[in-house]
Design a protein around this ligand. Sequence first.
Ligand SMILES: *Cc1c(COP(=O)(O)O)cnc(C)c1O
Length: 407
Amino acid sequence: MTQTKRITSFHPPRRTLLGPGPSDMNPRVMTALAQPAIGYLDPAFVTMMEELKELMRYAYQTTNPLTFPMSGPGSVGMEACFVNLVEPGDKVIVCRNGVFGGRMLENVERCGGVPVVLEETWGEPVDPNKLEALLKANPDTKIVAFVHAETSTGAQSDAQALCDLARQHGALTIVDCVTSLGGTPVLLDAWQADATYSGSQKCLSCTPGLSPVSFSERVIAKVKARTKGKVQSWFMDLNLVLAYWGETARTYHHTAPGNSLYALHEALLLLKEEGLENAWERHRRNHEALKAGLEAMGLSYLVKPEARLPQLNSVYIPAGVDDLAVRKSLLLDYNIEIGAGLGPLAGKIWRFGLMGYSSRQENVLLVLSALSAVLGEMGYKHEAGAAEAAAHHAIAAQHVAAAKVKR
Ligand SMILES: *Cc1c(COP(=O)(O)O)cnc(C)c1O
């Protein structure tokens, strides 16, 4: 026997997750995860699955019967949309204004689709005029794919406008709602979106590894009418997944991640209890308070005000400040995780997430105070306490406004 370090139980440090996901889990969600395992065809489990689909339809604001969680992270939901919908030779317009649009493009290529890329500057929302021009130039377009909330930049695109244009030109839509679901309005039926996917660990604040998806009747028709052979992925083929998640004939497809599904059920129930509108409003209020504080520290936003995501705040790193040293100190000295910039924005921005259960007033004050201390130590000139004061001021103004509404 070789001598190795004695391994003991793993106890993760307690962090406050204020990055681009995962977000902090509500204690009720953690309790759900710790419940006993039962079989994936146990009648009690099946009842829970039906409730889960109903809660998911509420979160997505849809009546789509085909709304369920894929077993796998948001990336699996994304891939499921592409492998089922894109047949070899299908022309797909991919809107790329950040990292995740780039991944959509990868998916189209791997499915043998013919991509047409709408390039947008990172930090900008997708311009509907550019989409209209591309649709006119490519009348044989079958699908339009875009990211509603681009987590790599913090920009939100106008999903209603983009879906409307696609439909007017006879194209189906694939919409990434990973970061928007639960944080900002996602209105599938109003948008008439076709294939949508999300993730469990962003504004739903559940454990990572589940991807809520929803498909319109038009998607089912297209999948049924496929002419170029079977869906290339066995695991993600909707025809097969539905043997387990569909309305009838529940049979084994793969072993469902039971405890994670209990947790998603609880996370969605928390969202329903709070009310979607209240959750959106909470994300907006906490964003306003954070913004007031960051700006009081002299930091400025990447995204223009009208396209900013309240749950993902991207700000420029001030000149002369060491990106990595700041994030390391926040993590190790203050137990706060924030996000780094990706791709062309690496080293240029920080991303402050206020997602789901992490979107709380005390977290806003905590991160502002910690960031101010770290920046101060690193010689960045700003008035100590100004950020916290600005956030307090913004919160007080919100209280006054809320009281006026009540009266
Ligand atoms: C996080 C994210 C994904 C990928 O989700 P995973 O759970 O990490 O696979 C896809 N799209 C967007 C916009 C995201 O923010």
